[in-house]
Unconditional design. Structure first.
Length: 49
């Protein structure tokens, strides 16, 4: 193992944030856009815009 590969391995380990690693971002995107729509509906119902 060279110094470069050891540094790269250490950086990859450190960069992990600890969230679930499902590999798919589809559910996250759908839930995010759903939240945006729900907030927009509440704002329009309150008449703030």
């Amino acid at each position: 193992m060279t110094a470069t590969s050891a540094t790269a391995t250490h950086a990859r380990r450190r960069a992990r944030t600890g969230g679930p690693d499902d590999g798919s971002k589809l559910l996250e995107n759908v839930l995010g856009w759903t939240l945006v729509v729900v907030i927009a509906m509440f704002v329009t119902q309150l008449g703030l815009m």
